[in-house]
Write a protein that binds this ligand. Structure first.
Ligand code: NAD
Length: 489
């Protein structure tokens, strides 16, 4: 049994509460580690360390180019330790090993190199203001201590998307991973010890939302919050932050649609839709959990989707042949089962039932497909965050757009068609932060990602991702002694 400590000020600590939280391997349902149950006292200690690092010591004096060098060092260490980090994440949340370690070695670690390059290129401007004898320029400055709060589904990649720009911008951070999957974040701090980071630059506190996350967001010295999670947690965090007028970036959930038009290549669409919902066992924020299918294609599409999905191998997340691993934790497994039962009891047509599939031990649910779904049902409106897809028919393009936009969410959408001009036209009309045309699930450090409506606000990745961690100062310099005019004769 691994007993973790939390990481503050460059050192490991036991929680003030003296209590730890069990963490299970969802592939076996066995408790394999304990993580600290941090309370407000631990949070205070973490914020104090981050604050001291921001105002004093080497980080406070470090120039942007040197911050870039430090980020490159972090990237190199993450790449070198990708197997170790990936192993822990797979054991902790059941994500397929092949979907953690190779990305950690490549495009996910690229965030550190990308923002390392951006650290000394985010330039201010000289503004030609309408004022005589004045030089006006802008500076982009860090906020100070930022709170980075992450979800359990992809703890490391969600964290890296925040951590790299936050540090490149010159902030210090306190990270609060999910109580359901904190181990890989703590392990990351273990491997980063060789990076010789200034103490207090990155701090990690673990524990529950209300008792660890809430005091962190509320702490007066936390100046900005970047949050990834569900809508209920996100709106609580946003309200707490609003009380002290703190800026927040919100990366929340979705009920994203994949639209299959009548001119789509059916095989491509079937495969694309399956690959847009079932990887990560449906536990990705952008999972395409509503398939809007032109009525003329509904029957062949449904048959095709059921066929490819029922062949997907369910089981050990470490086995490279596995397509569907476990649901990441027991409470969520029970929630997904409840959602499937409720959809079935409401009379929806269950085409493929994933319950009882996969190994007996552990939290497995296979691909589950409901057909003839209408958009007024709970299944079509609420996020299941599991391997469950609802197929909704539509008759024309306008109806498809109307159904797509009739949602509280606006995270992502896919369009499958052979008519590119039509797809571009539809992409403009769909209210979502990301639209895919004849592909799905792509993401890259260079391209901004985020939600419309209740899927969130603010952006991660790209220039916008860096901008979120900076505030702008306007400096006015008098270039003539005549400024200002004498106040009195
Ligand atoms: P969650 O909202 O329950 O928890 C997320 C984090 O917030 C956890 O660390 C939790 O402890 C913390 N938290 C909860 N309440 C809090 C409070 N009052 N104050 C401070 N912190 C609090 O979400 P989850 O169940 O861990 O993750 C699943 C959700 O995350 C899904 O809705 C999914 O769509 C979403 N998600 C979104 C993205 C994205 O980029 N848009 C990415 C991954 C996951």
């Amino acid at each position: 049994m691994k007993i973790y400590q939390f990481y503050v000020g460059g050192a490991w600590h036991d929680p003030a509460s003296g209590t730890w939280i069990d963490t299970e391997n969802p592939a076996t349902a066995e408790v394999w580690a304990r993580i600290p149950d941090c309370n407000a006292e631990d949070v205070k200690r973490a914020v104090q360390a981050a604050r001291e690092c921001f105002y004093d010591g080497p980080w406070a004096r470090m120039n942007a180019a040197d911050r870039g060098r430090l980020l490159r060092r972090i990237g190199d260490i993450v790449v070198a330790n990708a197997e170790r980090l990936g192993d822990v994440e797979t054991r902790d949340n059941g994500k397929l090993a092949k979907n953690i370690t190779p990305p950690l070695k490549s495009w996910q670690s690229d965030s550190f190199y990308y923002y390392a390059g951006m650290a000394d290129k985010f330039e201010g401007a000289l503004i030609p203001v309408d004022a005589p004898d004045i030089l006006n320029y802008t500076r982009h400055e860090p906020f100070g201590v930022c709170a980075l709060i992450t979800a359990w589904n992809s703890p490391l990649s969600v964290l890296i998307w925040k951590l790299a720009p936050a540090l490149a911008a010159g902030n210090t951070v306190v990270v609060k991973p999910s109580e359901h999957a904190s181990a890989s974040t703590l392990e990351l701090m273990g491997v980063l010890e060789e990076a010789d980071l200034p103490p207090g630059l990155i701090n990690v506190v673990t524990g529950y939302g209300p008792t660890t996350g809430e005091p962190l967001v509320d702490h007066p010295d936390v100046r900005m919050v970047s949050f990834t999670g569900g809508v209920p947690g996100g709106s609580m965090v946003a309200s707490t932050a609003a009380r002290k007028v703190k800026p927040v970036v919100m990366e929340l959930g979705g009920k994203s649609q994949q639209i299959v038009l009548e001119d789509a290549d059916l095989d491509l669409a079937v495969n694309g839709v399956a690959s847009g919902i079932f990887p990560a066992t449906g536990q990705s924020c952008i999972s395409g959990s509503r398939a809007l299918v032109h009525r003329s294609l509904v029957e062949p599409f449904t048959e095709g989707l059921a066929e490819v999905s029922s062949n997907a191998r369910i089981g050990d997340p470490n086995d490279p042949a596995t397509r569907i691993g476990p649901i990441a934790n027991k409470p969520h497994y029970e929630k997904v089962l409840r959602d499937i039962a409720a959809a079935e009891q409401s009379g929806l047509r269950l085409v493929l039932d994933g319950r009882g599939k996969g190994p007996e031990q552990g939290y497995y649910i296979g691909p589950t497909i409901f057909a003839d779904v209408t958009n007024d049902t709970k299944l079509a409106r609420e996020e299941v965050f599991g391997p469950v897809i609802a197929i909704l028919p539509f008759d024309d393009e306008d109806e498809a757009v109307r159904i797509a936009n009739d949602s509280i969410f606006g995270l992502a959408a896919g369009i499958w068609t052979s008519d590119t001009a039509r797809a571009i036209r539809m992409a403009e009309r769909i209210e979502a932060g990301t639209v895919y045309i004849n592909n799905y699930f792509n993401a890259a450090t260079q391209s901004p990602v985020g939600g419309y409506k209740q899927s969130g606000y603010g952006r991660e990745n790209g220039f916008a991702g860096m901008g979120a961690f900076l505030q702008t100062k306007s400096v006015w310099l008098a270039t003539s002694p005549a400024q200002p005019e004498p106040f009195a004769d």
